[in-house]
Design a binder for this molecule. Structure first.
Ligand SMILES: Cc1cc2nc3c(=O)[nH]c(=O)nc-3n(C[C@H](O)[C@H](O)[C@H](O)COP(=O)(O)OP(=O)(O)OC[C@H]3O[C@@H](n4cnc5c(N)ncnc54)[C@H](O)[C@@H]3O)c2cc1C
Length: 617
């Protein structure tokens, strides 16, 4: 890499270049305490600059890590897999246009749930924002490109995208083929196009940068219902699985159902009961007692129903008839709003059933009606009794919260759900974590598990415990046939297929064809691809030699202190280190990855050995 890359980027119109230190300050905070600090950042202020940035990155072979919102909490936040990367921040590109005819939104990468909600309101249409637990500042495009999901009718957010525009790594432009055929109206309505479809290459891909997308928005239906399911025992919950599974297939308009155990419900409560210093048996007893006192059932489910008044009413009756061993509550949004008003007047005794679901109901209201709310972020602050009240600016990574999301896919069958609950609880407890379990129906065949690992990011030992547990969960999950649908940037190599596998070969061919210089999202969901170690001849020229900086010398990061290398510290320190020590610091980050990779390579191999033999036809 030469100095010319920096000076040429600086000469571009519509971009702002950040030094490594400035980039660490702006993007270095990660809820998972990742150490993968970027080499710098390029903030895009004008969409046209993206093409030029890609051209320069190709010329100088500089890896880029595009982000749209950078709020990938639990999965690496804004940080790249490869520490040599420059973050390309697209969050300032915020144009949004609602097409009322096709009920779609044409968005730039920076558009958030709140931006989309405001644009829909302005358009006068009654359309639903594809909401997630991140709330109003959650990004629409970034979430979809990482395969995120929610509970609104189009639950899988990538599936809601019908058009993508941008550039492959080699600079070639992409857009929907119907645009090239002169049939733009159908591009809004038929994402697959005719002939081969490449859009899927951008889902969790590392081949291109998306600069524009069109999102299909669900129309608000005539009627919606919020369903609450309560199981009085774990066995009853397991027995319900086949019936639930059939419901998701038979009942029109049923959305995702999220089913949470009592510990998971406790983790969202305002008095932060998980803060308890108790450990082991005593902790388990305490949480159990709390769940009993608060009348939290062993498993509680939350679901949504959308449709015409008649079909929704019929569906509620049908669900109640078919679900055995399960109490089913059904509320319309109007009922919840009335209850909200009534709540203050309810006597302090009685109405326990209503009270125990009240918070969840009010929170779910936003999701069902497609407007974003902050309440679901609460779980990230479950270990912090001093956390300020959540608002749209709440940023768990910058607020110092420690959370990693483990999110495996599990077959939607009674036996597998039971095994999943057992295996995961055992692994979590062995590492000193509460089993905060939830599974969400993604289809009639598949459930998506989510397990938050909550830890103290300011405590190096706790960070190690969380990272070790995360790797163990991925390993154990794979051994049982449950691959994570999504992974944090520190853990991508745990699911890499062997270098000679068909998957790895196809990925290499695609990379060669579309991003030959490997400049896009190096290491992201990459099969058998370790991040290359810096060799002595490949040192990075410090950016400050080209870009004058006011920043003064400060602390030094060395291997010994690697675990305490955290954003909070960096904010207090003016500077990390001067060159050439900085080069050492950067390679330290790479080395940390390599060490981890070496230890996990063994795990990956043992995993591969345990995969059962292929089914034969
Ligand atoms: C309490 C809590 C609740 C959460 N709830 C949910 C939930 O309900 N559902 C859910 O899905 N997630 C959830 N998350 C996880 C995560 O925070 C969200 O998925 C969030 O939307 C991802 O961040 P982002 O949208 O800013 O995406 P970004 O960080 O911008 O993007 C994610 C990744 O996509 C790629 N990418 C982004 N933009 C581009 C582009 N223009 N071109 C090419 N590649 C790109 C990059 O690799 C990037 O790292 C939750 C997290 C927490 C802490």
């Amino acid at each position: 890499m030469s100095n010319s890359f920096y000076s040429e980027i600086l000469s571009l119109i519509g971009v702002k270049l950040l030094t490594r230190e400035e980039a660490i300050h702006a993007y270095g905070a990660d809820t998972g305490a990742s150490e993968r600090m970027p080499s710098g950042a390029i903030v895009i202020k004008e969409a046209d600059a993206v093409k030029e940035v890609i051209a320069l990155a190709n010329h100088y072979k500089v890896p880029l890590w595009p982000i749209s919102g950078g709020r990938n909490f639990g999965y690496g936040t804004s940080l790249p897999v490869d520490s040599q990367s420059f973050i390309v921040d697209l969050s300032h590109l915020k144009r949004v246009y609602i097409d009322t005819n096709s009920a779609t939104a044409l968005i730039e990468p920076g558009v958030t749930q709140a931006d989309l909600h405001a644009a829909i309101k302005k358009s006068g249409m009654n359309l639903l924002v594809p909401t997630t637990g991140v709330g109003p500042n959650g990004n629409i495009l970034g979430n979809a490109l990482d395969g995120g999901y929610g509970l609104t009718p189009i639950a899988d957010h990538f599936n809601a995208i019908c058009e993508l525009e941008g550039y492959w790594g080699n600079g070639t432009e992409f857009r929907h083929s119907y645009q090239d055929l002169g049939c733009p109206e159908m591009a809004k309505r038929w994402s697959a196009g005719t002939g081969h479809s490449w859009a899927g290459l951008l889902r969790q891909g590392s081949l291109g940068i998306v600069t524009k997308a069109r999102v299909q928005l669900a129309r608000a239906p005539e009627a919606t219902r919020i369903l609450v399911f309560e199981w009085k025992s774990h066995d009853a919950f397991i027995e319900s699985q086949p019936q639930l599974n059939m419901l998701t297939e038979d009942i029109p308009g049923i959305g995702g159902i999220i089913m949470m155990n009592d510990r998971r419900i406790l983790s969202t409560q305002v008095d932060t009961p998980l803060v308890s210093p108790l450990r082991g048996e005593a902790r388990a007893e305490f949480l159990q007692q709390l769940a009993t006192e608060r009348k939290i059932s062993p498993w509680t489910g939350l679901g949504t129903l959308y449709g015409s008044r008649a079909s929704v009413a019929g569906a509620v009756r049908d669900i109640r008839r078919r679900l055995k061993h399960c109490r089913v509550w059904s509320f319309s949004p109007e009922q919840i709003r009335s209850l909200q008003k009534l709540q203050d007047y309810l006597p302090s005794w009685g109405f326990s059933a209503l009270r125990r679901h009240f918070g969840a109901l009010v929170n779910t209201l936003g999701t069902v009606e497609g407007y974003p709310i902050v309440a679901f972020l609460k779980i990230a602050y479950a270990l912090d009794p001093t956390a300020k009240k959540l608002d749209v600016n709440s940023h768990p990574a910058k607020d110092g919260a420690g959370i990693l999301w483990y999110a495996p896919l599990v077959p939607f069958t009674a036996g597998e759900v039971n095994r999943y609950a057992e295996v995961m609880s055992e692994c979590l407890l062995a590492h000193g974590f509460d089993p905060l379990l939830a599974v969400t129906s993604r289809s009639s065949r598949t459930l998506s598990g989510t397990i938050p690992l909550l830890f103290n990011r300011q405590d190096p030992a706790d960070v190690v415990r969380a990272k070790t547990c995360y790797s163990a969960l991925v390993k154990v999950g794979l051994e049982h046939g449950w691959p994570p649908y999504r992974l944090g940037t520190d853990y991508m190599d745990l699911i890499a297929c062997p270098a000679d596998s068909p998957s790895a070969q196809v990925q290499r061919l695609l990379k060669k064809a579309l991003d030959e210089n490997n400049i896009i999202a190096s290491g992201r969901y990459e099969h058998a691809k370790p991040v290359e170690q810096l060799t002595s001849t490949e040192t990075i020229t410090p950016i400050e030699e080209v870009v004058p900086s006011e920043i003064k010398p400060g602390i030094t990061v060395d291997a010994e202190h690697s675990l305490s290398f955290d954003y909070a510290k960096l904010l207090n320190a003016a500077f990390i280190e001067q060159s050439p020590a900085r080069i050492k610091g950067n390679s330290h980050v790479v080395n940390a990855f390599d060490k981890q990779k070496a230890s996990t390579a063994a795990n990956t191999h043992s995993t591969i050995n345990t995969v059962p033999e292929k089914e034969t036809l």
